[in-house]
Design a protein around this ligand. Structure first.
Ligand code: ADP
Ligand code: MG
Length: 234
């Protein structure tokens, strides 16, 4: 596999070419999967259960290694999981956002500044001292995003981040991520099942059996996905 930084090619922040991945006992998940997400855009990844969405995101984040194919992506990638309890590790909001900065060996004032800026970006500065257990699901997801912003991530990968949220927090989160992408020139790839979220993205990919079978206009793709799901249920 070739891995290089996306900045070499100014137009795409995520570029995947002919990616293949099998689980150890041989089940093929991704088959010559290719896609590109333009820098500064918010794209969504659709597909039925088991089509390989989470596997693709984990490959992009470097959490899994592909069998073959190419991935070009920024070195600064933030990952947001479906269940925020799987990634918030410290007892309070401020400590959790600061925890992600440990590797950078910054001075204490610089850590404080980065944490504050990141919490301002997700509108949660007033919760800096709040224990994590006292947050709502939507607030926890925003803290996970703040962690990525504090680390100066250029690309956000979000795997069904609203799956456990109520409808109001769901739409708040997707609107906020869109705002962050546009105001900070980030790039985001967001996996979803919830078709009302498609109104917020610049474009979408439809994954079927580990291949991108369609991409572009979110409205057209959501109709196609509904058709696929209907066909599967009869
Ligand atoms: N850790 C694993 N080991 C073996 N197979 C897995 C593992 N995780 C997922 N799979 C299988 O890989 C396929 C793709 O899964 P996944 O990427 O999670 O799909 P999606 O996110 O689109 O629902 C499914 O058939 C799933 O059962
Ligand atoms: Mg999944």
């Amino acid at each position: 596999m070739n891995t290089s930084t996306a900045s070499e090619k100014a137009d795409s922040a995520i570029r995947v070419r002919d990616l293949c991945f099998n689980w150890p006992k041989g089940d093929v998940v991704l088959q010559t999967c290719s896609l590109e997400v333009p820098k500064g855009e918010f794209w969504m990844l659709l597909g039925t259960n088991g089509s390989g969405k989470s596997t693709l995101l984990r490959l992009l984040a470097g959490l899994l290694q592909p069998k073959s194919g190419e991935i070009e992506i920024s070195n600064h990638v933030g990952f947001v999981f479906q269940n925020p309890d799987h990634q918030l590790v410290m007892p309070t909001v401020g400590a959790d956002v600061a925890f992600g900065l440990v590797e950078e060996k910054l001075s204490l004032p610089e850590v404080r500044r980065r944490v504050e800026q990141a919490l301002v970006a997700v509108n949660l500065l007033d919760l800096e001292r709040r224990p994590i257990y006292a947050l709502s699901g939507g607030q926890k997801q925003r803290i996970a995003i703040a962690g990525a912003i504090a680390r100066r991530c250029e690309v956000l990968l979000l795997d069904e981040p609203t799956a456990l949220l109520d409808p109001d927090s769901q739409l708040d989160l997707v609107a906020q991520v869109r705002h962050l992408v546009k105001s900070r020139n980030l790039t985001a790839l967001w996996v979803t099942h919830r078709l009302d979220e498609l109104n917020y993205c610049d474009g979408a990919f439809l994954l079927e059996k580990g291949q991108v079978v369609d991409q572009g206009d979110p409205k057209r793709l959501s109709q196609r996905l509904m058709q696929v799901e209907q066909d599967l249920s009869v």
